[in-house]
Structure formats: C-alpha cells, structure tokens
Design a protein around this ligand. Structure first.
Ligand code: ZN
Ligand code: ZN
Length: 259
C-alpha cells in the first residue's frame, strides 16, 4: 500500500491506497445526474491519458453574465485517481472552480492545493454526469510505501456483477462504456473482416456496428464468449472479462487471439 505525499513539502495528501485497474468508464460523461464515485475507497488507478497533450482551459469572460457551459473529460497523462474521501490536507483553489454545472470538472487545471505549502496538487471532479474522483497531478505528488493489509485479489468467480440493464430498461453506464471499449477492440482485431457473434446480448450490442462498419457477406472471423463458467471452444476471437483489480484479462488456453 502507499500514501501519496506532496512532492514539494512531503505532506501526506491521501489515506492508504492500493492500486487497481483503471475502469473503462473513467473518461465517461453520462447524463445529467450526480454519479457515484469512480473508485472504491482505499484504491487508486492511473490514467495513461489519450496520447494527446493536455492543457487546462482559461476561464472565459462572462459577457452580460452569460457563460457558455463546457466540460472537459481529459487531463495530463498518468494522473492518479482516488476516491474523494481519501484526500487529506488540501484546500480549494477558488479561481480554478467554476465553468461547469452542478459541481466541478477541473477544466481550468488543478483545483486543490496542498494545505501545507500551497502547491496545486490535485483536481476534484464532481460535476453532474462525471464519476466523482480526485485526480492527483503526477508531477506534484510521490508515492510513499506504508504498512497495511495486503490487498486481497478477489477470485473471478466471487466478483460482484452489475446487471447490464436495470428493471426500468435503462442500460448501466458502466456497461455502456465497457461495450464501447470491447467493440473498439473487436473492430481492431477483426482486421476489417466480417465477424460472427453469438446470438443474444452480444449480438444485440455489437451487430449493428458490425453491419455498418465491416464488409457484408459471410463471416470470416468468429467471436465466442469466454470467462468464468463458460466452456465454448475458442477457435478464433474470444470476448473475455478483465479483472477489475489487477487488470488481467481472462486467460484463454488456446493459441487464438484474445479480446
Ligand atoms: Zn506541499
Ligand atoms: Zn448539472
């Protein structure tokens, strides 16, 4: 386990945290409700970024008191996400707040400073439609190893699951993000060839994109589901779960391509 400390003065800025995989929905903007936390208390995740240079926006003048509502979902590469309740010893930077709707999205750069030395160290994000998180600036903090309970990696068969669709028929936002990520991987490994998918939920979420983005005709590639409790033979492409703590993909004991 680690705590993160201010790189400027050494003050401890977080509770003890253990690393987990970055959730697929970390960069998601969803609806106009207040969303829950992105990460469980006691955990952290590192966001490698989207490969593009990132620069915070400057607050724009508010002519006639009217402001264009904008939002920002990216940040500097390798920022470190933690649960807001795991932050210690910080104060808000008032002129970095605002520009958003029901909370803050960090579009003006770090909005939390170290309470000891005043250096900007983190960005609190809690605007409507954002998963609530505090992103530590990778250059402004450093990890410090501390004693603590060893993180128990939950067995694949014991992992809690979220139903893809709620009783009212609404898709879960986490599932929407995971499906989008899986679809991008599927299109990449298809090599531009038609892919067959199993009937049922997989066909329901993938087939429309396959029909519109891959060439028509008989399928040349074949996708099967693999994971805990599934035993279909993998002959080509397997759609597998990714462990939420370790980021490990479900091991497929065949020479077939994964994902
Ligand atoms: Zn400091
Ligand atoms: Zn709002």
């Amino acid at each position: 386990m680690v705590v993160f400390a201010c790189a400027g003065c050494g003050a401890v800025l977080t509770a003890r945290v253990a690393r987990v995989a970055l959730p697929d929905h970390s960069g998601q903007k969803y609806g106009h409700d207040l969303l829950p936390g992105l990460l469980e208390p006691g955990t952290y995740a590192v966001d490698p970024g989207d490969g593009r240079p990132w620069r915070p926006w400057k607050p724009a003048p508010e002519e006639h008191g009217v402001r264009l509502l904008t939002y920002c979902i990216s940040g500097p590469p390798n920022r470190i996400g933690i649960a807001p309740g795991d932050v210690r010893g910080t104060v808000f930077i008032p002129d970095r707040l605002g520009g958003c709707c029901c909370g803050w999205d960090g579009q003006y750069g770090p909005n939390l400073a170290c309470a000891t030395c005043g250096c900007p160290v983190a960005t609190r994000v809690d605007d409507c439609g954002f998963w609530q998180v505090v992103w530590l600036e990778p250059e402004a903090v450093r990890p410090v190893s501390v004693d603590g309970p060893v993180q128990r990696v939950i067995d694949w068969t014991e992992l809690p699951s979220t139903p893809p669709v709620d009783p009212c028929g609404y898709w879960s936002p986490q599932w929407e993000a995971a499906v989008a990520v899986a679809l991008a991987h599927l299109l990449a490994v298809s090599g531009g060839q038609r892919v067959s998918v199993p009937e049922g939920p997989v066909a329901e979420v993938f087939r429309r994109a396959i029909d519109s983005l891959l060439p028509p005709g008989p399928p040349e590639r074949h996708l099967v589901l693999a994971g805990p409790g599934l035993s279909a033979p993998i002959t080509d492409i397997a759609l597998v779960p990714r462990h939420p703590q370790t980021g490990e993909v479900w091991p497929c004991n065949t020479p077939a391509e994964d994902q």
